[in-house]
Design a protein around this ligand. Structure first.
Ligand SMILES: CC(C)=CCC/C(C)=C/CC/C(C)=C/COP(=O)(O)OP(=O)(O)O
Length: 557
């Protein structure tokens, strides 16, 4: 439900009885205005950065391949490379090293290692898909129980590593459930006694662990807060900074392109009641993949997600139920002749929607890949039907049972349509098989959708009270529990869904990590936007901070 509660009032019908009564959402305006329209890309700068990256890149490659390097050092190096967002440059080399080290793994080798080293090794393996057993942490437990020894609390870096490791847990890994709660409590109790970079690292992790963070932002924060770790190899830090500056130029250009498109399409004039959030939606999509090769994919996925914003806000915050029915029917028909049946204010949107998809279909047909556009279009039609269902429920005051709510809620989470749209511009790796896998609505995608739906519901339900029933209301009604119990249960479902996502990213994988990444990263972006508030409706905090850090702040060299 698009928070009409931003400042909800109902227009009373004083003029004529023909004028429908509409909610007035009064969403806060854009924080950015036209700022990103004025960017002008300097191609020669990009080339300079690309050239300057070559030497440190080769040095880092040599470090990764160095067979004389101690295995703990090697894993620490791989971990640093990963946190800096550089894995994609050395994927083959990293996997070759990890394959070898993983085969050599023996629990006995871990008996002498300290908590910090173990946690770095654990994360290096798990982040890259290798299931190092959680038993490596056993020696820090009290005998006969899952509780941890108090003696480890004086090792702050170790505790921080334990907390970060626990975010990678799977179903049944009780020791890591305990580790997460234990480390979080202890770190919170001592964070204010810390100083310098360690204090920054603990604050960063408590605010949002790396595994739940947006990869680009995490990379940027890593070289600010982990100077010592990065400077073990000068070339890594050098490469990371050049890489960030290179990406920043490319991404500012993409942001300019989508901002210009948004302006040219005049959505803000034809549908002024919507949330004007171009940089925020671009950020959301950038969260899915930041690699330079996905530039076109980001532009396409951003445009389609902006269509969703118009649709969501039209259904939730402006249209009458009759108008919603007509628009849903027109979207199902997907035919320009259906334009006459919908209200005038939404016709420009409908036309642009059809035109953009037709153009995409034409472009991708040339590469024999129009199927991905069709998959995205069908998912778009599906979500329109899902939004209609929600609107019908709200209109009749019906509170669906929780299973019924979730069936529709996974659709309205938007993550099915966004993930399929994310594939459109990704190129050849989106094979027929890959698309068929997405179409099968795999468990990991369902988990990401569940996180999206329920994290939004848990965060916004107080404010949306009285507008339309959320998952919290359905849960209370179905199971007869208190609000607090319902929220706790939904949070546990979110936690379990994260475990499924973690499992789905481990090797052997159903599809390549490139294709899984958007699904994993969509779950991360929900955490970014909704952990502390409804950051999309009110983007003045986290999202403003992230957009500033990535696109407005000065470059780190
Ligand atoms: C469910 C969810 C958070 C989806 C995010 C995916 C996404 C970027 C969708 C585009 C439309 C949008 C921003 C909906 C969230 O607003 P809302 O809080 O009003 O969503 P709702 O109307 O589905 O509750």
């Amino acid at each position: 439900m698009a928070a009409v509660g931003a400042s909800a009032t109902l227009l009373t019908n004083t003029k004529s009885t023909a004028e429908p009564v509409r909610p007035v959402a009064n969403f806060p305006p854009s924080v950015w205005g036209d700022l990103f329209l004025s960017f002008s890309l300097d191609n020669s700068m990009m080339e300079e950065y690309a050239e300057a990256m070559e030497e440190p890149k080769e040095q880092v490659r040599r470090f990764i391949l160095d067979l004389t390097m101690d295995s703990n050092k090697k894993l620490s190096l791989i971990y640093t490379v990963h946190r800096l967002g550089l894995t994609y440059m050395f994927l083959k080399e990293i996997e070759a090293q990890l394959d070898r080290l993983f085969k050599e793994f023996s629990l006995e080798d871990y008996v002498e290692l300290d908590l910090y080293t173990i946690s770095i090794n654990f994360q290096a393996f798990r982040h890259l898909g290798y299931k190092l057993p959680c038993d490596v942490f056993n020696k820090f437990k009290n005998d006969d129980s899952n509780t941890f020894k108090d003696s480890i609390t004086s090792d702050v870096r170790g505790m921080l590593g334990l907390y970060e490791s626990a975010q990678l847990r799977l179903k049944g890994e009780k020791i890591l459930d305990e580790a997460s709660a234990f480390a979080e409590t202890k770190l919170k109790s001592l964070v204010n006694t810390l100083e310098g970079s360690l204090a920054q690292q603990v604050k960063q992790s408590l605010r949002r662990p790396f595994h739940q963070g947006m990869p680009m932002v995490e990379a940027r924060l890593y070289f600010s807060n982990y100077q010592e770790e990065c400077s073990a190899h000068d070339s890594i830090l050098k490469l990371a900074k050049l890489h960030f500056n290179y990406l920043q130029l490319q991404q500012k250009e993409e942001l300019r392109i989508v901002s210009q498109w948004w302006k040219d399409m005049r959505f803000q004039e034809t549908t002024p009641y919507i949330r004007d959030r171009v940089p925020e939606i671009y950020l959301w999509i950038l969260g899915l993949y930041f690699e330079p090769r996905y530039s076109l994919a980001r532009i396409i996925a951003t445009k389609i997600t902006l269509f969703l914003v118009v649709l969501d806000d039209t259904y939730d915050a402006y249209a009458t139920i009759e108008e919603i029915r007509l628009l849903t029917d027109a979207i199902n028909r997907w035919d320009i002749s259906a334009m006459n049946q919908i209200p005038e204010y939404i016709r420009p949107f409908y036309k642009i929607l059809l035109d953009e998809y037709a153009e995409l279909e034409k472009q991708l047909a040339k590469e024999g890949r129009a199927n991905s556009v069709i998959a995205s279009k069908e998912a778009f039609q599906d979500i329109a039907r899902g939004y209609l269902e929600e609107a019908e429920w709200a209109n009749s005051g019906y509170v669906a049972s929780f299973p019924e709510y979730m069936k529709n809620g996974l659709i309205t989470s938007a993550y099915n349509v966004i993930s399929k749209s994310a594939l459109v511009g990704m190129g050849e790796i989106v094979s027929e098989d890959a698309l068929a896998w997405y179409e099968s609505h795999p468990q990991i995608l369902q988990a990401s959708e569940l996180i999206s739906r329920l994290q939004d519901d848990v965060m916004t339900y107080q404010r949306e009270r009285g507008q339309s029933a959320t998952g919290v209301d359905s849960y209370i009604k179905t199971y007869g529990v208190s609000e607090k119990v319902a929220i706790d249960e939904l949070k546990e479902m979110i936690e379990n869904a994260w475990k499924e996502i973690n499992d789905g990213c481990l090797k052997p994988r159903e599809v390549s990590m490139d294709l899984l990444a958007p699904i994993l990263n969509l779950a991360r972006m929900i955490d970014v936007v909704y952990r502390y508030d409804d950051g999309f409706t009110f983007p003045g905090k986290t999202l403003k901070e992230y957009i500033t850090l990535l696109f407005v702040g000065s470059s780190p060299m």
